[in-house]
Design a protein around this ligand. Structure first.
Ligand SMILES: [Zn+2]
Length: 649
């Protein structure tokens, strides 16, 4: 077994001071500029792969510095560190814009003769040249200057957007009697305060269970509304600023809209194709959504005989009731088998078994918070990477669930390091019991992390890990979610936290059957997010009433009325990171369902996982995603597996 190495420079910087973080970031930017300057200066002779090394090094340094800053601003407990990281991210983006707009670098890359090179190297150059053009490198100087300024403004606005969301935690104070229906352990972990009331927040560990289990429609409504007023009004102007600048940037670069610009280099290829895809999926789910809704209304009428409609805060609660009664699958029944630490160990063991790797805990790794744990990923006696788990909520921390990069890998140069940033309950006086859906989320994020680590040994650093087309990146994660229904997968670790009894297979089978319920509603909800993300970036932002557009699309894609006084868009964090591309989730899901077909035929624990690791994960971004998928499937991916899933009874 390899020796446990010391912490990387990046990990050390996460526990340093704002001054050290800033100095290291400037040093990386300086080295990136130096590599770029050397590349530009090497003209006047035949160019070779040494030029590509410089190109890859320059952009790789910026990618690492940017990723580190983004992680730090999203999770660091110190406000000073978060602020320093924001400034670092701005400086890195400024340098990135400057390099991407440098005609000398563009020329240099274009002069490298890669006719005889391997496919990854040819793709590096082809994609690199395309990215330069998409940055506007071949525009006149005034346009380039405006593009640069817009990109810098967009980074600052994106940071402000995310900051407002994570710093705005709303609290609803409730009488203990209003918490009927919520799990006992959840209630015990939230004793009433001095005023005799229980503070329930919009953090996921409070919000999700409350929406699912609270019997009080008024409690659910108050929380639902609070959740959809987060970051309002702070983000009203910020969002308008983002949309306006994106549209201007796209126009300057010769595109009719930001959506047209953002989809061009993705698998889907155009905003028109993305809109068609949203329509196609929405139509396919329409009848099913109506049926789901009728069923929910029938259940609601038992509580409120005169009810004429289902409200959005009813959906999770009555879905749970339908599942409990129709399928005998009560979500609460599985929680005692899903204690956090056991789930963590179990999912590491599961993915280890699938992909032929092992995890070894790194004792005493320097972490930015005592909650954070580190593990080395080992394979065939080699250290493939290091992962960090930052899994519980705290003030000032990113509020969603995501994988972040700490270090991008590169063969023989850098060992990849990635971070899971989640918001699961923290073990304490009460055991931290997860929902079955939490286990699915955990698996999903592990899927990103393993893509990052196992794809972290490419020859070119800028092709490592999740560097494929953006609308493919969810597929590996969604594929891994499938194991959450497998008895053999869960049987190893899902044991009752008190008695040690394994989770009854019968319960899992009922949960799985029940999972079919509500699919129409969920798919249409996803298509609402996709449509709003796309349409906000297709319209002319001048005079656009974004809130009103969101309301219209909400009523078009979901069965619910838009609710006056809420401002969902202002806390829709994906509008920063994904911009027009939320459709990615459903697009990737269609591919994931196709990939999963291989495992259904060959077995969930068959060597197919190792083949998948080699063909799809390890190449990272060194080839187009459809080539990776074709290599694994032996054919192009299609829509059929997805359509079957959508229509399964
Ligand atoms: Zn994801």
């Amino acid at each position: 077994m390899p020796e446990v190495p010391g912490p990387s420079r990046a990990a050390t910087l996460m526990v340093s001071s704002p001054g050290e973080l800033a100095a290291a970031s400037r040093e990386d930017v300086r080295r990136a500029r130096a590599a770029a300057a050397e590349l530009a200066a090497r003209g006047g002779r035949r160019r070779d792969e040494a030029d590509l090394e410089l190109y890859d090094a320059a952009f790789g340094l910026l990618a690492d510095a940017g990723a580190r800053a983004s992680l730090c601003r999203s999770v660091h407990p110190s406000e000073e560190m978060r602020a320093a990281a924001e400034a670092c991210e701005q400086e890195v983006e400024a340098a990135h814009a400057e390099l991407s707009l440098d005609p000398a670098l563009y020329r240099a890359l274009g002069e490298v003769d890669v006719a005889g090179a391997d496919p990854a190297t040819r793709w590096l150059v082809e994609r690199g040249l395309r990215d330069f053009r998409r940055s506007g490198v071949d525009r006149d100087p005034a346009t380039r200057e405006r593009v640069r300024a817009l990109r810098e403004e967009l980074v600052r606005l994106g940071q402000a957007f995310g900051r407002a969301i994570k710093d705005d935690v709303r609290t609803v104070r409730l009488e203990p009697s209003e918490l009927e229906g919520l799990p006992e352990d959840w209630r015990r972990a939230r004793p009433p305060g001095e005023d005799g009331r229980v503070a329930v927040t919009t953090d996921p560990t409070d919000y999700q269970p409350a929406l699912t289990y609270s019997r009080s429609a008024s409690v659910r409504e108050r929380l639902w509304r609070a959740y959809r007023t987060r970051a309002h009004p702070a983000n009203t102007e910020v969002l308008a600023g983002i949309l306006g600048r994106r549209a201007e940037l796209a126009r300057l670069l010769g595109y009719p809209s930001w959506a047209a610009y953002a989809t061009e280099d993705k698998m889907i290829g155009s905003d028109v194709a993305a809109a068609d895809f949203v329509e196609r999926v929405s139509k396919a789910a329409e009848a099913r959504m109506r049926l789901d809704c009728e069923e929910l209304l029938a259940f609601k009428r038992r509580d409120l005989p005169g009810a004429t409609r289902v409200d959005p805060w009813d959906a999770a609660y009555y879905s749970e009731r339908v599942k409990a009664e129709r399928y005998g699958a009560e979500a609460q029944a599985v929680r005692p088998y899903l204690e956090y630490a056991a789930v963590r160990d179990g999912l590491l063991a599961l993915t280890g078994r699938l992909f032929g790797i092992e995890y070894r805990r790194v004792a005493g790794a320097p972490a930015w918070h005592p909650d954070v744990e580190a593990f080395d990923v080992l394979g065939a006696g080699e250290r493939l990477g290091r992962i960090w788990l930052d899994m519980h909520p705290r003030p000032g921390k990113y509020k969603h669930f995501a994988q972040f990069t700490l270090v991008n890998g590169q063969r023989d140069r850098k060992v990849p390091e990635g971070v899971l940033v989640c918001n699961f309950p923290r073990p304490g006086a009460e055991p931290a019991l997860l929902e079955h859906g939490d286990v699915k989320t955990f698996l999903h994020e592990l899927g990103h992390l393993l893509h990052h680590v196992l794809g972290g040994r490419t020859r070119w650093g800028t092709q490592a890990g999740v560097a494929t087309e953006w609308d493919f990146v969810e597929a590996p994660s969604q594929l891994l979610e499938e194991w959450v229904w497998n008895e053999e997968a869960l049987g190893g670790f899902a044991r009752h936290h008190r008695t040690g009894e394994p989770v009854p297979g019968e319960l899992l089978r009922r949960l799985r059957a029940a999972d079919e319920f509500g699919k129409g509603l969920q798919v249409r909800q996803q298509m609402f997010y996709a449509a709003v993300s796309l349409e906000l970036h297709r319209r002319d932002p001048a005079g656009l009433d974004a809130g009103r557009l969101a309301d219209e699309l909400y009523e078009r894609y979901t069965p619910f009325r838009a609710v006056e006084g809420t401002h969902f868009l202002e806390s829709f964090g994906h509008l920063d990171g994904y911009s027009a591309l939320y459709y990615t989730y459903m697009w990737s899901l269609a591919i994931a369902k196709d990939l999963f077909g291989v495992f259904e035929r060959e077995g969930l624990f068959s060597p197919a996982a190792i083949r998948y690791r080699r063909e799809v994960l390890e190449p990272g971004g060194s080839a187009r995603a459809d080539e990776l998928v074709r290599a694994f499937l032996g054919r192009a991916h299609g829509f059929e597996a997805f359509a079957r899933w959508l229509n399964a009874a």
